[in-house]
Design a protein around this ligand. Sequence first.
Ligand SMILES: NC(=O)c1ccc[n+]([C@@H]2O[C@H](COP(=O)([O-])OP(=O)(O)OC[C@H]3O[C@@H](n4cnc5c(N)ncnc54)[C@H](O)[C@@H]3O)[C@@H](O)[C@H]2O)c1
Length: 332
Amino acid sequence: MNHISDFSIFNGANILITGGLGFIGSNLARRLANLGAYVTLVDSLIPEYGGNLFNIAGIEDWVRINISDVRDEHSMKYLIRDQNYLFNLAGQTSHLDSMADPFTDLEINSRAQLSILEACRKYNSGIKVVFASTRQIYGKPDYLPVDEKHLLRPVDVNGINKMAGEWYHILYNNVYGIRACALRLTNTYGPCMRIKDARQTFLGLWIKQLLQGQPIEIWGGDQMRDFTFVEDAVDAFLLAAEYDIANGQVLNLGGNQAISLKSLGELLIEINGSGKYVLKDFPHERRAIDIGDYYANADFARKVLGWEPTTSLRQGLFKTLIYYRENLEAYL
Ligand SMILES: NC(=O)c1ccc[n+]([C@@H]2O[C@H](COP(=O)([O-])OP(=O)(O)OC[C@H]3O[C@@H](n4cnc5c(N)ncnc54)[C@H](O)[C@@H]3O)[C@@H](O)[C@H]2O)c1
């Protein structure tokens, strides 16, 4: 099926985005504000996470911001009322942090998800929910590219909690008819990603290192990965919200090419016009939870949503570098 949408359905719609000051949430907010939606962003702005007020520069007068925590059931109960769509993106995203502090990850990625869905069930059962899940829940792939039929075998606490968060959404769709679906995101990159450290993604840290004239550190280097440019990911969120055929489904997002980390480093340096990399062994604590090679089979999202990632890796990295050249200070 090939859906071509102008997303006019979102004009005048009430939208809640959890994690709305984060990387993907803020890109989604920008798009929705431009489409004429009434957008409310919920974000706790926990410093170690990806939220940044600068992410919404230029649209701050067009969105409502509510600094609260999705673990606060009372706030969520209030915020969910009267919304047409919920884009549920708030999350603890660091795999290492989930091992160091498993209970915070559990509270945010699992328990809070259940309470958000309970709030939907009790106070707004007509809402449509799109949940940001992750490829991390597959663990080390048995085969490539990974499709949605692949066994789920998470290798870290974050993967287990995100898996539970995802399946609560599917359960509430199936049992209570709260329309919900989940997108299993692969490495997503682009303007507004966290570059301070590697908590969100190593690619953010590479960009910072490159722009500060430092060599980028590549661990291993042979691992294959795929990457979705954030605007393509935003398309997928909007399509998943619009089309009820996605209800109750989990859908992989992917990129349009798989690439080794070493080749990715080389490509980034080439696009930047200068830079160096050093190859290093994986630090022990990272190796223990690394998933090896991964790239997605996103045919199901293509078929169900008519989704197509249209930004090439080269174009996407180029746009990302330009953004951080202009705005580096706001992300350090
Ligand atoms: N970026 C990726 O490559 C990627 C890959 C797979 C899955 N995902 C998922 O997509 C979602 C968005 O990721 P992102 O890359 O934009 O990360 P991000 O860290 O930039 O955004 C998450 C936002 O959630 C907020 N948040 C965290 N805990 C919160 C809480 N308890 N209450 C309210 N707000 C809270 C953070 O402040 C942050 O702004 C996450 O759920 C993540 O698991 C992202």
